[in-house]
Design a protein around this ligand. Structure first.
Ligand SMILES: [Zn+2]
Ligand SMILES: [Zn+2]
Length: 441
């Protein structure tokens, strides 16, 4: 590597902590940070809902072009594909997601979002980068710049993608369906990161193997027989029935699953009725269902249908008014399983780069990520997503990292230490990319 000897000498003279190349890289990122933070604040103040990321995509495309990439826009609606071919070697896909959430920002930051938007399903709300995808986009730009500047040190092809619609589980699929693996170089490896609200700023977390869960959305339309609130004997009350279904669903995880399997069944929405003295005709439940394996997923979905029908039978609902259970297959997000070899190799590079204290093995979480689809579309693609902590150190110290006292991802109060996330994640992305593409001769 260029200046290796000089950097080695300097490293020996100043600090033994980081290897020489790390110091070069860190200095280059630090010099870029004022510009990157300006970009970050701009993205944060202009969040866009899923599959509507036109402004963000235009900015990503412009930055990638300026860094020397060949850019294609409109892939999977608003997705961006930026390719840099740089000799023979592996093809590495680096992914950032672009979408924000229907959340009204409460952080009080000077660059807080005041944007309002309407989702694809027609719901109007505030819009906020409450999942930190603005840090992902900024890191993507920073990584593109660094990899372009370091192109004499690697060989292969970089396929950098800015993906829409992660939050609704639609964007990765949309890009794949639009020819991501056929119109562009087919990746051998895929890497992404996500900011974390459960790690201190600048700490890296990784999980070899299962990392994020299967996510299913299920609707239950509980149908009864409505009537006057004073004459319940002439009705089949769907609110009482739906309440029983909610309660019995709790036994799926606690009584039916193997206790060593992980799963969640949450009823997030329960709507019924119009007035005090009317027994309604129906009640609607909306569930999120999480699991890690196809077998547990099947067991839960089958169990939900069985319980809904069983409770309706017990309540004496006529056969033609049985509950209608709908699994929203189009919104399914499959579990993310990191390739163990790539995850362990990359984690070893991170330890060398950052020191072992800043790299921690994290347990899988029940959140979901459609990053999983890049591996599932071709299981030969080695893939890995890792976490970069964003909790400001002072907040972390004051709360001892107690999750009950810290805002989670998707919270209206989530305000990561963006400088720490972006600088750490950029360094980590470059190190991970060089681990795949670097000239090792
Ligand atoms: Zn999210
Ligand atoms: Zn996210």
């Amino acid at each position: 590597m260029r200046n290796r000897l000089l950097a080695l000498l300097l490293a020996g003279a100043t600090t033994a902590a980081a290897p020489a190349a790390a110091q070069d890289l860190r200095a280059a990122i630090r010099a870029d940070m004022p510009d990157l933070m300006t970009l970050y604040r701009d993205l944060h103040a202009h969040p866009e809902l899923s599959m509507q990321e036109t402004r963000s995509a235009a900015r990503m495309a412009e930055e990638a072009r300026r860094a020397g990439f060949t850019v294609t826009t409109g892939v999977g609606r608003t997705g961006v594909v930026a390719v840099m071919q740089n000799g023979p070697g592996p093809v590495l896909l680096l992914r950032a997601d672009m979408d924000a959430l229907p959340v009204e920002e409460q952080t009080g930051l000077p660059f807080a979002s005041h944007v309002r938007g309407t989702s694809l399903t027609g719901v109007e709300s505030g819009v906020m980068h409450a999942c930190g995808h603005d840090t992902h986009m900024t890191t993507w730009v920073a990584t593109a710049r660094r990899m372009a500047a370091m192109r004499s040190q690697w060989s292969g092809t970089l396929v950098m993608i800015a993906q829409p619609g992660e939050e609704i589980g639609a964007g990765a699929k949309a890009m794949l369906d639009d020819g991501l693996y056929t119109r562009f170089p087919h990746p051998t490896h895929a890497i992404a990161f996500h900011d974390s609200a459960s790690l201190p700023a600048g700490v890296i977390g990784y999980s070899p193997g299962p990392a994020l869960a299967n996510v299913d959305s299920v609707d239950i339309d509980v149908r009864g027989v409505g009537g006057h609130g004073a004459y319940p004997h002439t009705t089949r009350d769907p609110i009482v029935l739906a309440s029983r279904i909610v309660t019995t669903l709790q036994t799926l995880v606690s009584r039916e699953l193997n206790p060593l399997d992980s799963a969640v069944v949450t009823v997030g929405s329960f709507h019924a009725g119009t007035k005090h003295n009317i027994i309604s005709d129906d009640a609607r439940l909306q569930l999120t269902v999480r699991s890690f394996t196809p077998e547990v997923r099947r067991q839960l979905l089958d169990g939900i249908s069985r319980i809904a029908r069983g409770e309706a039978l017990a309540a004496g609902v006529p056969e033609d008014r049985m509950p209608v259970v709908t699994v929203r297959e189009a919104e399914f997000t499959p579990a993310t399983v990191n390739s163990e070899g790539l995850a362990e190799r990359t984690a070893a590079l991170f330890r060398t780069e950052f020191g072992a204290a800043r790299v921690t093995r994290t347990p899988p979480v029940m959140g979901g990520e459609d990053f999983s689809r890049y591996h599932l579309a071709d299981p030969r693609v080695e893939s890995m997503i890792f976490w970069v902590g964003g909790v400001p150190q002072a907040r972390w110290d004051a709360t001892h990292g107690d999750p009950a006292q810290l805002p989670s991802l998707h919270s209206a109060f989530w305000a990561p230490d963006a400088d720490a996330v972006i600088s750490t994640a950029t360094e980590a992305m470059v190190v991970a990319a060089m681990g795949v593409l670097g000239r090792h001769a």
